[in-house]
Design a protein around this ligand. Sequence first.
Ligand SMILES: [Zn+2]
Length: 301
Amino acid sequence: MTTTNRPYRIGIDVGGTKIAGVLIDAAGTVLDTSMVPARAGSDNLINDVVRMAKTLCATPVPVGIGTPGQVDNVNGVVRAIANLNITELALGPEVTARLGVPTHVENDVNAAALGAKTVDAGDVGAHDTVVFLNFGTGLAAGVVCAGKLERGYRGALGEIGHVPVDPNRFLCPCGQRGCLETIASGGAVARLWPCDGPSMPNLLAKASQGDVAATRILNMVTYGIGDAVQLVTQAYDPRVLILGGGMCKTGRPFLELVTRELQRRQEGCHFLSTIDIPSRLRLASTDQPLGAIGAALALDE
Ligand SMILES: [Zn+2]
């Protein structure tokens, strides 16, 4: 937890396959970017983050880091980054020791939510709530309320991917059955509709051509996405709900799919038509490193 008035800040987004970094100024403008492949192991991660920070800014400036796994944002400790084979790492303190700068470590979806709120939410009021829904390998939401991240008691706020919704559906790696993310995530679509290249655009194309198997899977996925959107909207009643993550690289057809599903649901439901979820939906930018921008902004949290 670090507050700083220094004009420049670095944000670094640690992903399962790559590490993206930005240098931003006090207004949040991106001045420079950097990207390297992610390497497994704690020492590699510390070295890669330190090297990237030095590359982005020759003088020491505060560094915000977003990572997957379980993040203790108070102490800068991250646990269980499965893709990088890291069980526990005091990432914040290690980077602070190497660079001599304040650091802040944030859950990657929370960081992306801050980035998306700044870049994509448009003209929202100071007290409005913005929800970012990440359809990546997994499914999770980040909630920004009156400009501040909501984390909850144990950092589990927004972890809707592991809400079980169907006892007859797929086993989830978390140990439960029928979790939302087993049908409503980029990882789920890749598993249910394997193909060369991105699965979601291919699934949409095949379903639109009348392919029976594609239509069946798309209906299941769409229903799960609709449930996820309804769940966060009715829990947090956000002014704006931003759809992000790898699946959203599908672009407008994805937004139209979600919009049609929500419109279909509200046709027969007075309650849903009054809260009008489709009007709140936005697509996250795919040309901006939202996770890295948000990681830098999280230094102010
Ligand atoms: Zn689960």
